[in-house]
Design a protein around this ligand. Structure first.
Ligand SMILES: Cc1cc2nc3c(=O)[nH]c(=O)nc-3n(C[C@H](O)[C@H](O)[C@H](O)COP(=O)(O)OP(=O)(O)OC[C@H]3O[C@@H](n4cnc5c(N)ncnc54)[C@H](O)[C@@H]3O)c2cc1C
Length: 398
């Protein structure tokens, strides 16, 4: 049997962009991507950064560009970050994945991987031999469990795929809301004057049986709250929800991203910003390193894959502080969040620093916020920072 250099499991953004990056690095690599369903088939609002879109060459998949972000609290405080270029993009997830796989020219098999034991990829009736396997299968964690590795925690997320009949004066401005809608706010991303993608963050780690029955009711209440939120009501009131879906994402990274000749990329490794739920830029950032080590190791030295673990560890180290500050926000009450937004809107925050914080790394905004907040709030922040710092120090040693 001919041995593939690299077998990728999953045709979501992680698998598709990796295939593209690998083929760009070394066009002689034998790459096979296996997808059990459709490429990029899950319902997701894919808001990301325009430099990523440009680097990957997927401008054809962009539904809307944004040059402004508006963050409000449900109590009314508001901060606006306006840029002189289109720094954010909303992409068509399915189209982007198809485009990336198409450009890679890799072999695509539509089938379900049943097992990856002993470094072999088993499909229903076929076993594929691979020098390197990349698990990019999303949030099922089937293969992490099979290899007895830790799995990330997941969060439920109520997501309203698309709203039509809206009245949005500036579709190049995107909106985040923090507060008591859902369990911590929501968002809406305009597609044009009449359409947008909107969602509510319902942070639940586990659904009890009776909650499952209740969920459609909760979806309805959350959507109504979002549409009737005073700052949005003129734009969204009376809009129609075209489709609704309950989706999940991981919100804690895993410790191990390599085992033997198997590497993990994307949601399967919890590579998602724990506050904003954005995974695409992590897939891009760490995926570039994954591709480099895969390409080098495929020429014989599998031990090089360990470098990927080191790269992941140092990325966690550099991002952890910002994440911890972000996690702390979730524990604050709405009055405290409102106060912080108020303070930030009146202070001179570096816009580019805010972009870094959204990405999850090296942002200094959060530290800046607390220097000006009242004592009670400051103490609450310190308590949470210590709690999360300790937790993550023990868990990830960073
Ligand atoms: C509601 C919601 C909103 C989000 N919003 C954003 C956002 O605005 N910006 C952002 O950057 N991120 C966002 N995210 C996160 C982002 O969508 C994910 O981090 C990213 O899509 C993960 O991509 P992936 O390729 O790892 O997984 P997936 O896209 O889930 O792809 C995994 C693929 O593997 C396939 N697969 C699974 N098991 C097998 C198997 N056994 N055999 C073969 N194939 C298999 C699946 O069919 C699937 O196609 C959001 C997530 C949710 C849930």
């Amino acid at each position: 049997m001919e041995k593939n250099d690299i077998v990728i499991i999953g045709g979501g953004f992680a698998g598709a962009s990796l295939a593209h990056k690998l083929s760009r690095l070394d066009s002689s690599l034998e790459i096979t991507l296996i997808e059990r369903n459709k490429l990029g088939g899950k319902p997701v609002s894919a808001f990301t950064f325009t430099d990523i879109v440009d680097n990957l060459g997927i401008r054809n998949s962009v539904k809307q560009y944004y040059n402004q972000i508006e963050i409000t609290s449900t109590l009314g405080a508001k901060e606006i970050y306006a840029y002189d270029r289109d720094v954010f993009s909303l992409i068509d997830y399915k189209k982007a994945c198809e485009e990336l796989v198409g450009k890679s020219g890799c072999q695509v098999i539509f089938d379900e991987v049943k097992s990856i034991k002993a470094g072999k990829v088993s499909l229903g009736n076929e076993v594929i031999d691979a020098k390197i396997i990349v698990d990019a299968s999303g949030r099922g964690y089937k293969f992490r469990k099979e290899l007895k590795l830790d799995v990330p925690k997941i969060e439920n997320h109520l997501y309203f795929k698309k709203l039509t009949h809206c009245n949005i004066p500036n579709p190049k401005s995107l909106h985040l809301i923090f507060g008591d809608i859902g369990t911590g706010g929501g968002w809406f991303y305009p597609i044009n004057e009449n359409e947008c993608e909107a969602g509510v963050a319902e942070r639940i780690t586990k659904l009890a049986g009776n909650e499952k029955k209740d969920i459609s009711n909760r979806e309805k209440i959350n959507l109504e709250q979002l549409l009737n939120y005073p700052a949005y009501s003129e734009m969204l009131e009376g809009s129609k929800s075209e489709s609704e879906a309950m989706v999940y994402y991981p919100y804690e990274p895993v410790k191990h991203v390599v085992k033997g000749n198997v590497m993990f990329l994307g949601d399967t490794a919890g590579m998602v910003h724990p506050i904003f739920g954005m995974g695409i830029h992590y897939i891009d950032r760490i995926g570039t390193l994954c591709a480099e080590y895969c390409a080098k190791a495929s020429h014989g030295n599998i031990a090089l894959l360990r470098e990927y673990q080191n790269a992941w560890d140092s990325m966690l180290k550099s991002d952890m502080n910002t994440w911890i500050w972000g996690m702390t926000y979730f524990d604050l009450n709405i009055k405290q969040i409102n106060k912080i937004i108020e303070i930030r809107s009146n202070s001179d925050i570096d816009k580019m620093n805010m972009l870094s914080a959204l990405r999850g790394h090296t942002g200094k905004n959060y530290e800046g916020d607390v220097l000006e907040v009242p004592l009670g709030l400051f103490l609450s922040l310190i308590k949470n920072v210590l709690k999360y710092k300790l937790k993550y120090k023990l868990k990830y040693r960073c």
